[in-house]
Ligand binder design. Structure first.
Ligand SMILES: Nc1nc2c(c(=O)[nH]1)N[C@H]1C(S)=C(S)[C@@H](COP(=O)(O)OP(=O)(O)OC[C@H]3O[C@@H](n4cnc5c(=O)[nH]c(N)nc54)[C@H](O)[C@@H]3O)O[C@H]1N2
Ligand SMILES: Nc1nc2c(c(=O)[nH]1)N[C@H]1C(S)=C(S)[C@@H](COP(=O)(O)OP(=O)(O)OC[C@H]3O[C@@H](n4cnc5c(=O)[nH]c(N)nc54)[C@H](O)[C@@H]3O)O[C@H]1N2
Ligand SMILES: [Mo]
Length: 766
């Protein structure tokens, strides 16, 4: 899009009539109005289907309409009446489609037929399912076992995911990267070291008991709006909500609940955040160190005056390890260092600590603003430290609450989509299926990219997603992708990854979760895990977009049958005929989590997997909850660089789901018509000689000699700290070097990317 952006700060609440208007627009434009009654009746409800959008919890007592603006938008786009069948591909060459925007590609509608790329005509051409599976299977048989990558994007159900990981292991590797590797992998590395579990400890009911919420780096109004239902109830009890975010995100400020007719009529919003702090990007360790320092100071004062202690000394003594080192680090950090790192004043940090200290049960919510930094793991662990200081884990109303992304991203890991063998019961798989599973760790996302760059990876299978668009280092990756022998994409809609072809390229269209999935034993149920470890059944209710579509379990099974020798222990066809049999397999391999799986499908609110930390059982090496002292006060890659280098946050607008761009209205930020923008403090803009409304080029300050550049970005004066700028993902992924990932978790560091900015088009930047 070459349109100029229009910016006027949004003064309306999140939710409310703005979201209703947006929904009507998307339902109409996608020709999906007929799916609206199902949305109200069945969306996120027992007996219905589970939302395809985010992974937030589904309450036991559903609201009249248990959906949000963005979940509904995702559903309308999925159930669109538009189709991209073989005729569409006959009209457009791949070279031509490469010029299309992400929006235009997805807007071409649902894929309907299996397609094979034909290099001669530069077109995708319809093929039969049989031919597709036969060729894919034959090629897979010819590769070295470690040369194939099995990527998953976080949507496919537990049943599909279980079959997919088994396919990879029977094939002979653990190359199972997941979108989680770009997302909350940092959390999944940080939390086991700290509290002995990779997932959050909070359940939805904890929101009813909490008396303080801290939020770091999560944009609730856009990315998990149904949390606002809980937050509104929390605010009704006058519970403080303390937000840390470089940007003032509207969702944390004001919310009108479309489910409350009274509130819709008066349009009087609920104020969500009672305290809002805007630290620099990548400085949360400093903020939390300051808060911890203030807690130590008040605890010292309490001791001196004989009043009640501020720290939970009994909990710390009985349940934790590493406190002394942590205390030393925090007391050793000076206020000068802390305030210089985060840009907040000492009194602001002390005030935040005071709110925290006065509450008895505190929930800490966080998202990509913490995980996607060089020191993301330490940042998440610092948040755990803060909770542990006052015993805020393993108690009702308290705990750590990572907000996961894709609707089943957490569940995919639970049932074995993991490149790390330590996370998978390989022996149990070996016994049950009579084979010797590969014991070497597989590739995560970054390693898969490295393998594609150096030619070790020859084949890539994508179970959903838009890998090439979602990863860093776009320029190099697109070039190297073309060297792959085999690229297979299982997808619902066209995206850029499908257009970057390998020597043999297949596009395999599939059903979506809200569609009826009829197999030999009748319509099938699938299951997913939400952010709070609760497992839900999902039943599609809509007619499939085309009769030619196959379900995801069927596609996985057919690839497996074509690539692997037959084995009576692995009855792929029987499983496809009845997904309940796959759930029996899951229950057999993961009995603690999934015993009596088929009998528990319709527990209202889902059935929770046991999380030991909820009971204060710490499955860590020390047997305790571990305080982990951070190694630095900031989490970015810009050490030693001067102040001509800015920290770039790449984030989502209100009109996208990851790489799926629904439109050009970032309503809650007041930015319209274009995504080629950069949000910047006006003082920074002036410092770099850019005129108001001028354009600029961003370039990577990685200093590795590789030119990475994004041009034509319109600068918007925005309420954001100096030194921090923000722009949209995926447009700016070209600026992120592949090697700039979080230490230990290898999650690409997409939230404090060191960049330089220069004005475009002469002195006034126009
Ligand atoms: N509608 C919609 N819903 C979605 C998605 C979507 O694209 N659209 N994506 C899904 C997925 S896969 C995911 S992972 C989640 C993502 O949901 P979020 O975790 O909310 O991810 P982002 O949009 O990247 O925004 C992160 C927030 O962190 C802030 N931030 C950036 N850097 C820092 C920092 O250093 N410190 C602090 N304290 N804050 C910072 C940003 O300003 C922004 O508000 O949402 C899921 N839900
Ligand atoms: N710079 C930067 N980069 C980022 C991020 C960031 O914040 N900044 N965020 C990262 C994060 S958190 C994530 S999770 C990744 C996302 O990376 P991915 O998960 O790979 O990307 P998505 O955009 O979610 O994938 C969208 C595509 O999935 C397919 N699809 C949709 N529904 C289904 C379905 O039901 N089945 C199948 N088989 N396919 C389906 C459609 O074809 C659609 O085009 O991006 C990461 N990249
Ligand atoms: Mo994500």
């Amino acid at each position: 899009m070459t349109d100029r952006a229009k910016y006027s700060p949004y003064t309306q609440p999140t939710g409310g009539w703005g979201s209703v208007r947006s929904l009507i627009k998307h339902a109409t434009r996608q020709g999906a109005v007929s799916s609206a009654p199902g949305l109200v009746r069945d969306h996120n409800k027992v007996g219905g289907y589970m939302c395809t959008s985010c992974a937030w919890a589904k309450p036991a007592k559903a609201h009249l309409a248990e959906f949000c603006e963005n979940g509904a938008k995702a559903t309308f786009w999925e159930l669109t009446s538009k189709r991209a069948g073989p005729d569409f591909f006959a009209r457009h060459t791949v070279t031509e489609l490469l010029e299309w925007s992400d929006y235009e590609l997805e807007n071409s509608g649902r894929l309907t037929h299996p397609l094979r790329y034909d290099p001669q005509s530069d077109r995708y051409v319809g093929t039969s399912w049989e031919a597709a599976f036969a060729e894919i299977g034959a090629q897979m048989q010819a590769f070295e076992r470690e040369a194939v990558v099995f990527y998953a994007s976080g949507r496919a159900a537990l049943e599909t995911s279980y079959m997919y990981q088994l396919l990879a292991r029977l094939y002979g590797n653990n190359n199972l990267p997941d979108s989680s590797n770009m997302c909350h992998e940092t959390t999944s590395v940080a939390l086991p070291q700290s509290i002995g579990t990779p997932v959050g400890t909070v359940l939805l009911e904890d929101f009813e008991k909490t008396d303080c919420i801290l939020s770091f780096g999560q944009n609730v109004g856009t990315n998990a709006p149904r949390i606002l239902h809980s937050l509104q109830e929390v605010r009704g009890r006058d519970v403080p909500v303390v937000v840390f975010n470089p940007l003032r995100e509207r969702g944390w400020e004001a919310f009108v609940n479309p489910q409350r007719p009274g509130q819709m009529l008066t349009n009087r919003p609920t104020r969500i955040a009672t305290h809002y702090y805007q630290p620099r990007a990548g400085s949360d360790i400093a903020v939390m160190t300051g808060m911890a320092k203030a807690l130590f100071a008040s605890d010292d004062d309490a001791k001196a005056s004989g009043s009640a202690p501020v720290l939970d000394h009994a909990f710390i003594a009985a349940h934790t390890h590493g406190f002394a080192d942590f205390e030393q680090m925090v007391r050793g950090a000076s206020w000068e260092e802390i305030t210089a790192a985060c840009g907040l004043t000492r009194s602001a940090v002390e005030d935040a600590a005071g709110v925290y200290a006065r509450a008895t049960s505190v929930i800490a919510i966080f998202g990509m603003g913490l995980t996607q930094h060089k020191l993301g793991v330490e940042t998440v662990q610092m948040l755990v430290n803060l909770l542990l200081m006052r015993g805020n884990i393993g108690r009702p109303g308290a705990g750590i609450c990572p907000v996961r992304g894709h609707s089943n991203v957490q569940g995919q890991r639970t049932v074995g989509i993991a490149e790390k063998t330590a996370l998978v019961p390989l022996d149990a798989l070996a016994r049950r299926y009579g084979f010797e599973p590969p014991r070497k760790d597989g590739m995560n996302t970054v390693e898969a990219c490295e393998g594609i760059i150096d030619g070790k990876v020859r084949g890539f299978i994508g179970l959903g997603g838009n890998f090439v668009r979602a990863i860093p280092e776009r320029g190099l990756m697109e070039e190297k992708w073309r060297g792959l022998d085999l690229s297979v994409q299982i997808a619902t809609k066209l995206n850029r990854s499908h257009l970057i072809t390998g020597r043999t390229t297949y596009l395999l269209p599939t059903l979506v979760r809200s569609e009826i999935d009829a197999q030999a034993s009748g319509p099938q149920i699938v299951t997913i895990e939400d952010s709070t470890t609760c497992i839900h059944a999902s039943r599609g209710i809509h007619r499939p977009a085309a009769e030619t579509l196959l379900s995801e379990p069927r596609i996985v099974a057919e690839i497996a049958k074509a690539a692997l020798p037959a084995s009576p222990a692995v009855p792929w066809d029987a499983w496809v005929g009845n997904y309940a049999l796959v759930r029996d397999e899951i229950a057999a391999i993961f009995p603690e989590d999934f015993h009596d799986f088929n009998a528990r499908l319709d527990v209202p609110g889902g059935f929770p997997r046991p999380v030991p930390a909820r009971e204060r059982l710490w499955e860590t090496e020390t047997g305790k909850a571990n305080f982990k002292a951070p190694s630095a006060l900031h989490a970015s890659f810009d050490d030693g660089l001067d102040d001509s280098v800015l920290r770039l946050i790449t984030l989502r607008s209100n009109d996208q789901f990851n790489t799926t761009v629904y439109g050009y209205a970032d309503r809650l930020r007041g930015i319209h018509h274009s995504r080629m923008i950069v949000m910047m403090n006006a003082a920074d803009r002036a410092r770099f000689g850019i005129a108001e409304g001028g354009s600029a080029t961003l370039s990577s300050a990685a200093g590795d000699g590789i030119a990475r550049r994004v041009s034509g970005l319109q600068v918007i004066d925005y309420d954001i700290p100096e030194g921090t700028i923000a722009a949209y993902f995926p447009e700016c992924n070209a600026l992120i070097p592949l090697w700039q990932y979080a230490e230990e978790s290898k999650t690409p560091a997409a939230k404090s990317v060191p960049v330089r900015i220069s004005p475009e088009g002469g002195p006034d930047g126009r």
